[in-house]
Ligand binder design. Structure first.
Ligand code: RAM
Length: 335
């Protein structure tokens, strides 16, 4: 019986030593053990156009750095599947992981386990528990995104009336962070605006369509659908279109290409987003820098050849401010 703790101690010391060896001298895409550095990167779901768009930037950065990029995840949002893939990557002994997290609390144990095995872990787009990763690559601050959403919603509503929120899930950290800052902004600046109801759509367009349709029927005073996940904006807009309601508008976070027709038809006055290509690109650059020991907790900026100086707030690497696409500028963009 007495042996076990010693064994565990020995093993963990040994694994710690291997972990250190891994990150030493990882120049030019190497993992320090002579083999190519392997970064395992996971979207919330592979079928979501938003993450497909992020992947392009990730692939470009990986090519630039000469590293091996593993891109895998559930086809549709599935927290258990995310855990499963993390376990597979732990067994495989990847060098560093970058995870866009569906269920903040559900995945954190697996990520801590990866770190105990000497694997570097960061999150991107949506966070895990902070003690289960080094950094979050965040597309914007919660205030930057939540306040922009509420300000655009207020503009459409004329600073009064009711709106509804269609979110992706109740477990995703990014969704919960934005809901908080939307409410903060509403309470601070728009007391005559009321949030009538919030509905999750599992980050699926068809489900967002169904949720939007039931909101339109159940909440006749709701004049704006605030869709804070990318599949929900075109889903909600199609629901408004098919309902024939001309008194209800849609605003939300989504890709310009998926919403151009609804913007030009006047159903969606504003689509808000960031440069998804740069988000994927920055995530790879940051992950490799963490692995190489070039980016450590406490850093206040990250300087990159393509993106320049990127601000770091605490343990959040901030891509930048969101952009508002409208009928006047949306055709200038193609993603
Ligand atoms: C969906 C996902 C993602 C979020 C975007 C805005 O694609 O929920 O996490 O950042 O919407």
């Amino acid at each position: 019986m007495k042996l076990l703790p010693i064994f565990a101690l020995f093993t963990s010391t040994l694994l710690l030593f291997i972990g250190c060896k891994k990150s030493e001298s990882a120049a030019e895409g190497g993992s320090g053990s002579g083999k190519q550095l392997t970064l395992a990167m996971m979207p919330k779901s592979k079928g979501n156009g938003y993450f497909i768009s992020c992947r392009k930037g990730a692939e470009d950065a990986a090519k630039e750095l000469g590293i091996k990029l593993l891109w895998d995840g559930p086809t549709e949002p599935d927290p258990a599947k995310q855990n499963e893939i993390v376990e597979t990557w732990i067994t495989r002994g990847v060098d560093v992981m970058a995870i866009a997290v569906e269920n903040r609390d559900g995945i954190s144990t697996a990520l801590r386990k990866a770190r105990e095995k000497g694997i570097k872990v960061i999150t991107w787009d949506s966070d895990s528990q902070p003690d289960s990763r080094d950094f979050l690559v965040n597309q914007g601050t919660p205030e930057g995104i939540g306040f922009t959403l509420m300000d655009e919603a207020a503009k459409v509503l004329g600073n009064k009336g009711e709106f509804a929120i269609i979110t992706a899930s109740l477990t995703a950290a990014n969704m919960n962070a934005w809901q908080k800052t939307i409410e903060q902004r509403r309470a601070d600046k728009y007391p005559d605006i009321k949030m009538a109801v919030l509905r999750p759509c599992d980050d699926l367009k068809d489900k967002a369509f169904a949720e939007a349709t039931s909101i339109l029927n159940a909440y006749p005073n709701v004049k704006l659908l605030l869709a804070i996940c990318s599949p929900a904006v075109p889903g909600a807009a199609e629901a408004v279109k098919q309902s024939g309601r001309t008194d209800v508008k849609v605003v939300g976070l989504s890709l310009p290409n998926d919403n151009k027709r609804y913007v030009h038809e006047g159903i969606t006055p504003a689509v808000i987003l960031w440069n998804t290509d740069n988000l994927g690109y920055l995530t790879v650059k940051a992950a490799v820098a963490v692995f190489k020991g070039e980016l450590k907790p406490g850093a206040t900026k990250f300087t990159d050849s393509r993106l320049g100086d990127v601000e770091i707030l605490g343990d959040n690497i901030i891509l930048g401010k969101p952009f508002v696409f409208t009928k006047d500028n949306i055709d200038q963009f193609n993603f």
